[in-house]
Ligand binder design. Sequence first.
Ligand SMILES: C[S@@+](CC[C@H](N)C(=O)[O-])C[C@H]1O[C@@H](n2cnc3c(N)ncnc32)[C@H](O)[C@@H]1O
Length: 247
Amino acid sequence: MLIDPDHFRERMTPERRERFFASGRADIGWQVDLLRRHYGPFHPRTAIDFGCGVGRLTCPIADIATERVYGVDVASGMREEARRNVPAHVEIVAEIPDVQVDWINSLIVFQHIHPANGVPLLARLLQALAPGGALTLHVGAFKARGAMTMGGVGMDFVSWDGDGLRTLIETPPGSGMMMMYDYDLNQVMALLYTNGIERFTVQHLDHGGHHGACSLAGRRTAEAEGRSRLGGRCCAACLATLTCPAR
Ligand SMILES: C[S@@+](CC[C@H](N)C(=O)[O-])C[C@H]1O[C@@H](n2cnc3c(N)ncnc32)[C@H](O)[C@@H]1O
């Protein structure tokens, strides 16, 4: 996993660089394959890669979305390095742009953002998805026991109230380390739904004991948004939302 842009430059040999960017092409290829299998033809012209890092995923996204791609990253070092790597139709920015795009991607990012910050960011991000657009989103969901600390970093002292663990003392991540947060999937689903995404696919991922979900979703069209105003029915005559052939 890529952590520090300085390490990226220092440690990169041409072979490592090729392997690194090949892993991005493979990850995006996999996501696009899942999207096509579940949602049919996929020809986005515009995209946002949220948490783009140095552009590992942004480059293959830009090969597909050839009109305009925005790579968003909070870290200036990442943005600087990304600008060296991406093609001309990619704009690297610090904040989610005020645009509507056909595809929003964010992989291996939200798990590093505390949910208190990540949930409002996700809500903002989803508003940038155009009707009919697709989402490839990765969020952490739960952990195996051995992954509750990351190499000694994380929860030093916890309390257990019979229901949940609460961190009492936490070692802040040192340079080059990132925390791994889990999201409430009910909350993520509610966010997807309120942003017009009523059908999505959850793909389980195991990131060394950090288990995550990859939700692949097509945004509702204007027609489907009309349906939701019928109180959950798919058409005025129908009471069965799941079985009506009009859906
Ligand atoms: C592990 S890297 C993954 C980069 C890229 N998605 C990939 O798979 O190669 C996580 C990236 O998310 C960025 N990031 C973390 N918090 C962010 C935030 N609040 N807004 C935008 N980017 C953020 C970090 O700066 C870092 O570049």
